[in-house]
Design a protein around this ligand. Structure first.
Ligand code: OOG
Ligand code: NI
Length: 470
């Protein structure tokens, strides 16, 4: 085989993790099969319109994974591994406060950032780091023991890190090196057969099941791998019909007859998996852990800051009405009425009100129809949209939602864990996380904005040319 570029490595990495995960968690394979059937039927029903938020090839291959690491050192290393696949840190998520349960992690997502790269293969991995220094969860003695545990384990062998650095530096790898990189990287996220120290695991679990999953085991692993569907309600119904119990509700925006925004997700609860334990009396033997689960997602349009503020207000409003006992207490029904009251019903309105990101594309027929009145490059964008000369095409949301993420974590915890809210938590933000990761963590808004601005610049050039040609 010849030289493989980063995107080719990324596509193969996603496939290889998918094969591994399917062998480890058979229910995942069912989920992938049902997702493919849902997408085919959706495509048959909606034709070309079905591909407005991504080509069917992209959507069929699309996955996000989730992994969890323990320390800043491990976070910096995993960033080097992902860089070899053209995946860069985007967004800061603080899940410590996003839920009443004990979820002591801060997170980012590693993903391609350029539109062409996303179109080639959008593989992304939601990556959480244990906030092991947060005194609300861990007392000084436990902090110390966790740190020693993380200092002494190796998640990513030197050979993997070296190969990854070389791939990132040269924009890819050739032949055997590419194969070796893929083997080592896939292996780093495989469930380990090494014995789990039972006493240590249970001690951490009393504080937080998430802490135990991260700090109670000698390696990391893919926690879930999520296919994308074009109709999540259909997927939900089909999975239930197959006898697979899903969590009670679809997280994120409700189903309604306006544009889909951001991200809707649902999952089935973690399944019991055989693991090997070293018990308190020194014996080694089988046991079970329930950690890994299946999740599926449907993606919508990315919202601007103004759109996101509106979204957050709608979520709060839904909470308020639910607390007041409206609509029989069914969240999605309450949310749907809130949506109908506040969110514009068309993409065009979302664009005109500056609530969502779009690329603006010139419609040459509309321009020709304008004849002598054709607009110049100085014409306001809104006027161009209203006259149909500029057609807004949605930019898909490529990121995550902290509240849904916390909800997904929480739905898989059997125990709330403990948190001492009398103490002050450690400060984490995008800047602190960038220092930890060792490279700048991008603000998702900057990326969407850049894509939108580039399309407007292109449009203005075309209009200027059209004016000159007149
Ligand atoms: C990550 C949970 C977040 C999502 O889709 O929001 C996530 C985890 O369980 O480690 O994957
Ligand atoms: Ni997920």
């Amino acid at each position: 085989m010849t030289f493989q570029q980063l995107w080719q490595l990324r596509a193969r990495f996603a496939r290889s993790l998918s094969t591994m995960y399917g062998a480890e968690v058979p229910a995942y394979t069912t989920l992938v099969d049902v997702s493919a059937a849902v997408n085919e039927d959706f495509l048959a029903r909606h034709g070309a319109d079905a591909q407005r938020l991504g080509s069917i090839d992209r959507v069929t291959a699309e996955r996000h994974g989730a992994i969890r690491v323990g320390s800043p050192r491990e976070m910096a290393q995993v960033a080097r591994v992902f860089a070899a696949f053209g995946m860069h840190p985007v967004g800061f998520y603080d899940l410590r406060d996003a839920s009443s349960s004990s979820v002591p992690v801060v997170s980012t997502a590693f993903r391609p950032v350029e539109p062409e790269e996303l179109a080639r293969n959008p593989f992304r991995v939601f990556t959480s780091m244990l906030a092991a220094d947060d005194p609300r969860f861990f007392d000084p003695v436990l902090q110390q023991r966790l740190q020693e545990f993380f200092d002494h384990r190796t998640l990513f062998p030197e050979e993997l890190l070296d190969l990854a650095d070389r791939a990132a530096e040269h924009g890819g790898l050739a032949d055997d090196d590419a194969e070796r990189l893929l083997d080592l990287a896939t292996g780093a996220f495989e469930l380990s057969g090494d014995p789990v120290d039972h006493a240590w695991y249970r001690e951490l679990e009393a504080v937080s099941a998430v802490a135990a999953d991260i700090g109670g085991v000698p390696t990391t692993h893919i926690n879930h791998l999520t296919p994308r569907v074009l109709d999540i309600d259909d997927l939900y119904a089909r999975m239930q019909a197959l006898g697979i119990t899903m969590i009670d509700e679809i997280q994120g925006p409700p189903r309604w007859d306006g544009p889909d925004v951001l991200l809707r997700q649902t999952s089935f609860r973690a399944l019991a998996e055989d693991r090997v334990f070293r018990f308190e009396d020194g014996t080694v033997g089988p046991g079970e852990l329930r950690v890994r689960f299946g999740e599926v997602e449907q993606r919508g349009i990315a919202l601007t800051r103004a759109g996101r503020d509106l979204y957050d207000r709608m979520v709060d409003e839904t909470d308020r009405r639910l607390a007041a006992g409206e609509s029989g207490g069914v969240r999605v029904d309450v949310a749907r009425s809130v949506w109908e009251e506040h969110l514009p019903r068309t993409e065009q309105e979302l664009a005109l009100q500056g609530l969502a990101y779009f690329t603006y594309v010139l419609d040459p027929d509309a321009l020709a129809r304008a004849g002598e009145d054709r607009p110049g490059p100085e014409t306001e964008l809104a006027a161009l949209v209203e006259s149909g000369v500029a057609v807004p095409e949605p930019i898909v949301y490529e990121d995550f939602l902290p509240r849904s993420a916390a909800g997904i974590f929480r739905s898989n915890l059997s125990d709330e864990g403990s948190r001492d809210d009398a103490r002050t938590g450690t400060d984490y933000d995008l800047t602190v996380l960038s220092d930890i990761v060792g490279r700048p963590v991008a603000d998702p808004h900057d990326l969407y904005r850049r894509q939108q601005d580039a399309s407007v610049a292109r449009l203005r050039e075309q209009l200027a040319a059209a004016v000159v040609a007149r």
